[in-house]
Design a protein around this ligand. Structure first.
Ligand SMILES: [Mn+2]
Length: 324
């Protein structure tokens, strides 16, 4: 163990081969105090199919750095290897990680000016997604400029842009400040659209209301297209998640959820952002979802990509979404 190197010697399209719990502390070199505490609990370990469950935020993590020459860090293009049917063996990772059939999942994070939150989220999310054995990519969709924020439209952009990047079959839409606390909360798609953040500490680990679909949700490509994606017309805070819930119900689907233990989340505390005031039109809009859902959504999405930066840990897409 030694000081974190400035860079980690691996650059790949996605993250599977280069991440292990061994190298994670090096993802964010710097002050350990800026990272939420992490320990795992052992109580139900034997029940867990995908790694150690449960985050307990009561103790600080031990942030030891990795060696700069970890044998598991290799500059390999995993996607190309996968396509070519090559399954190189990475020390410490089981061979079945590289078998065919990994679920291709894009994590979409609408974003503006929340670097600290993103750092915290990714510190926990990457290792969990690796333990869940997903073929995943993370897309941070940044709303360019100071216009009114539009979470739903950014998620539509994320869907469209991620599909240009790779043949994803499942999309997880996540707020930047919601950290999953249990590995068993699978970031994949199910037969029904899935609401994942069912027990957020801010809401006392309860659903705030039964039809709540906000926070973190997962939809397959087909489910998302069936409901015409998210609405683009909700500028400012609130309503867009309820609109999505209605779209799902109006298309004859229901939602699935994990239980209230598995679905626990820690919300990173913050004040309301600038330029994201309550949307006063949301209740009126919500009363018209049935008429508007086929006319406003992924089929009418328009935006301009200003930059795409492939960071080691995520793809950052800066986008002008034509805020009014
Ligand atoms: Mn928030």
């Amino acid at each position: 163990m030694q000081d974190c190197p400035a860079l980690f010697p691996c650059r790949i399209t996605r993250y599977l081969p280069c991440l292990s719990s061994f190298c994670l502390p090096c993802l964010f070199p710097g002050q350990p105090t800026s990272v939420l505490p992490l320990t795992t609990t052992s109580a139900s370990a034997s029940l867990v199919p995908v790694g150690s469950p449960g985050l307990d935020f009561s103790a600080r993590p031990r942030l030891r750095c990795c060696s700069s020459h970890s044998p598991s860090l290799q500059p390999i293009d995993f996607v190309r290897a996968h396509k070519n049917g090559l399954f190189p063996v990475f020390p410490g990772l089981p061979e079945y990680l590289f078998a065919r059939g990994l679920i291709k999942v894009a994590i979409i994070i609408p974003y503006r000016n929340r670097h600290e939150h993103l750092k915290h989220l990714l510190f926990y999310l990457h290792p969990m997604l690796v333990r869940q054995q997903l073929d995943y990519g993370i897309y941070v969709i940044n709303q360019d400029g100071e216009g009114v924020f539009n979470r739903a439209k950014l998620m539509n952009v994320g869907f469209a842009e991620a599909l240009k990047d790779y043949d994803y079959e499942c999309f997880v839409f996540s707020d930047v400040d919601l950290v999953p606390m249990d590995d068993r909360n699978l970031y994949r798609c199910f037969e029904s659209p899935r609401h994942l953040s069912v027990a957020i500490d801010k809401f006392n680990f309860q659903l705030p209301y039964n039809t709540y679909f906000g926070g973190v949700s997962a939809m397959s490509k087909q489910q998302f297209l069936t409901v015409n994606g998210f609405p683009n017309a909700y500028w400012g805070w609130g309503g867009e998640d309820d609109d999505m819930y209605k779209r799902i119900i109006f298309h004859g689907m229901s939602i699935s959820r994990p239980d209230h233990i598995t679905g626990k989340y820690k919300m990173i505390k913050h004040d309301r952002d600038d330029h994201n005031a309550d949307n006063p039109e949301r209740l009126d809009k919500l009363s018209h979802t049935r008429e508007t859902m086929d006319k406003d959504g992924i089929n009418t999405l328009n935006y301009t990509v200003k930059d795409i930066v492939k960071d080691r840990m995520y793809t950052f897409i800066n986008v002008d979404i034509k805020a009014p």
